[in-house]
Write a protein that binds this ligand. Structure first.
Ligand code: NOJ
Length: 565
């Protein structure tokens, strides 16, 4: 690792802005319509210019791509679709030379069914050591024709698939909390634990700055694998439904026997020690859909992981009272264990916030949106709220995650043709749920180029909406008032005023739709209502919409230089 240009100071991740790159959709250097590592390397200077501290790369490992790379068949190699290990070395070196840290994804709950370990388990048969590495069980019923329990896959349909023995007769069943092609490991196996320590070391030895841990609340299952029916309104990954007030699900009756089991913590204590063997403050970030936040904070106790995605914040509607409450709850819950809060509004699994914040139908959190969704968002309202919400998020103390394209104000692509869809959710629910393709469409770089400059070829693996020409980076770069310039300004002021290491001091109410708070020498005012509000004293540093005099319009956020009495 070059080190010298990277943001200095111990525990850099406490204040970092981490930009998620979805390799399939960021930049394509070889013209096949699918993003790749060389494409990412070529665009890193633009991310430097944006002002981020680190990138997190979604999986680029060898994979049959049944779940867009979250189905890994070799944890220590690069899929030819994305390049080679040498391309990764170049990417990492380029990033480090620019002062950008590199976090990679690790997928420990399940592998691909193509993985040699799973293929060996199938071949070795019931009772073998190889089968004990995954979650195989005999079926119920007279001849094992029924699944071992009633669990459902997050992507829809049953969570069990029956195997076929070499002689063609039906055999045992295996568990997959996600797609059939993603068999769950059995983390009671010391062999599995040892393999993953080796995977961590493989990437740490190559100089990565940390790992985003996929399904970090799912690896341990309750003994006996008891039947469980999730509440109808619950999030399928275990989080609270979007309609709940933050914190209310503290009363949640039962924890699913496959989410948030106590045994996972031992695994992260072990991983913490592995990372601690390496210099340079390497980081573990949990994707753990655990509710309430006080429980999620267990994932980031001092000897476990370093960060956890704050999905409670992501799921909070654009509403001043609810946002204020989740901000307080987050700072308290994470602060109680000595961890920074994180903040996030979009990622590759949820409806982009430039659309989500303006949905008017019932499907507020949902399972993706598409042409038939009731209450599709108004694009202008969505963009306005997204800009205001991002300006609020980037003013908060702690670490923030950005998802590629949000700095351009990209909305969800809602008009994707059915034939183009790839998300297993779409297939496993027979089109009942649109799934996540709409937030994964390749991003636009240049309005006048084929595929808007995403690819050196003409195509992109998912079609890009025509209207995205107007949102392309080259249309926004250097243009005052553009979303891209708003993000750049926010990131530079955030650094200049040390907002990420500051505190939240709420100011006297400016109305029930308005949040006003002080962070160091900056006052932040966010107006989630429709009516304009008069700004308090102080020079305006940033505004997500044009101000009329000192009036902040609805759905807008402003930062002011605080006036001290
Ligand atoms: C969470 C990932 O973010 C998502 O994209 C993936 O489908 C599931 N985990 C399964 O790995």
């Amino acid at each position: 690792m070059t080190g010298t240009k990277l943001i200095s100071g111990a525990e850099w991740w406490r204040t970092a802005v981490i930009y998620q790159i979805y390799p399939r959709s960021f930049a394509d250097a070889n013209g096949d319509g699918m993003g790749d590592l060389a494409g990412i390397s070529s665009r890193l200077p633009q991310l430097k210019d944006l002002g981020i501290d680190a990138i997190w790369l979604s999986p680029f490992y060898t994979s049959p791509q049944r779940d867009a790379g979250y189905d890994v068949s070799d944890y220590c190699d690069v899929d030819p679709l994305f390049g080679t290990l040498d391309d990764f070395e170049v990417l990492q070196r380029t990033a480090h030379d620019l002062g950008i840290r590199v976090i990679v994804d690790i997928v420990p709950n399940h592998s691909s069914s193509d993985h040699g370990w799973f293929q060996a388990a199938l071949a070795a048969g019931p009772g073998s050591e190889e089968r004990a590495r995954y979650t195989f069980r005999d079926g119920k019923g007279k001849v094992g024709e029924l699944p071992p329990n009633n669990w459902e896959s997050v992507f829809g349909g049953p969570a069990w698939t029956r195997t076929t023995d070499p002689d063609g007769t039906p055999g045992q069943w295996y568990l997959h909390l996600f797609d059939t092609s993603q068999p769950d490991f059995d983390w009671d196996s010391e062999w599995v634990r040892e393999q993953f320590r080796a995977v961590l070391r493989f990437w740490l030895d190559r100089g990565v700055d940390g790992f985003r841990v996929d399904v970090a609340h799912g690896m341990i299952k309750a003994p006996g694998l008891p039947d469980y029916t999730p509440p109808a309104e619950g999030g399928s990954m275990g989080g609270a439904p979007a309609t709940l007030e933050p914190g209310i699900s503290a009363e949640s009756p039962v924890t699913a026997p496959y989410w948030a089991q106590d045994g996972v913590h031992e695994i992260y204590r072990d991983w913490h020690k592995v990372l601690a063997e390496y210099p340079g403050d390497r980081v573990l970030a949990a994707e753990a859909w655990v509710d309430p936040l006080s429980k999620m904070a267990k994932w980031v106790r001092p000897d476990e992981m370093h960060q956890a995605f704050n999905f409670a914040y992501l799921e909070t509607p654009w509403n001043a009272a609810k946002l204020k409450s989740v901000i307080d709850e987050s700072i308290e819950a994470f602060g109680n264990v000595g961890a920074p809060s994180t903040w996030v509004l979009s990622n590759h699994d949820v409806v982009r916030h430039a659309s989500r914040l303006a949905l008017t139908g019932e499907n507020l959190q949902g399972h993706g949106i598409g042409p038939k969704t009731v209450g599709l968002p108004n694009t202008a309202v969505g963009l306005r709220r997204a800009r205001a919400a991002s300006a609020l998020m980037l003013s908060l103390p702690g670490s923030s995650y950005l998802y590629q394209g949000e700095e351009l104000g990209l909305p969800e692509a809602v008009d994707l043709p059915d034939y183009a869809r790839e998300d297993p959710t779409w297939f496993r629910t027979n089109g009942e749920r649109y799934g996540r393709d709409g937030c994964r469409v390749p991003i636009p770089w240049e309005a006048a180029s084929a595929s808007f400059g995403f690819s050196t070829g003409a195509q992109s693996w998912l079609p890009q909406p025509i209207a995205w020409a107007g949102l392309a980076r080259d249309q926004q770069n250097g243009v005052a008032g553009s979303t891209l310039e708003l993000y750049k300004l926010a990131l530079s002021l955030r650094r200049e005023h040390s907002l990420a290491s500051g505190t939240v001091e709420w100011l006297e109410s400016l109305g029930s739709d308005v949040m006003a708070y002080r962070n160091g020498d900056v006052t932040i005012v966010a107006n989630t209502g429709a009516a304009s509000v008069q700004l308090p004293a102080g020079d305006v540093l940033l505004a997500s919409e044009d101000l009329v005099g000192r009036t902040l319009p609805g759905d807008a956020t402003a930062w002011l230089r605080a006036v001290t009495a």
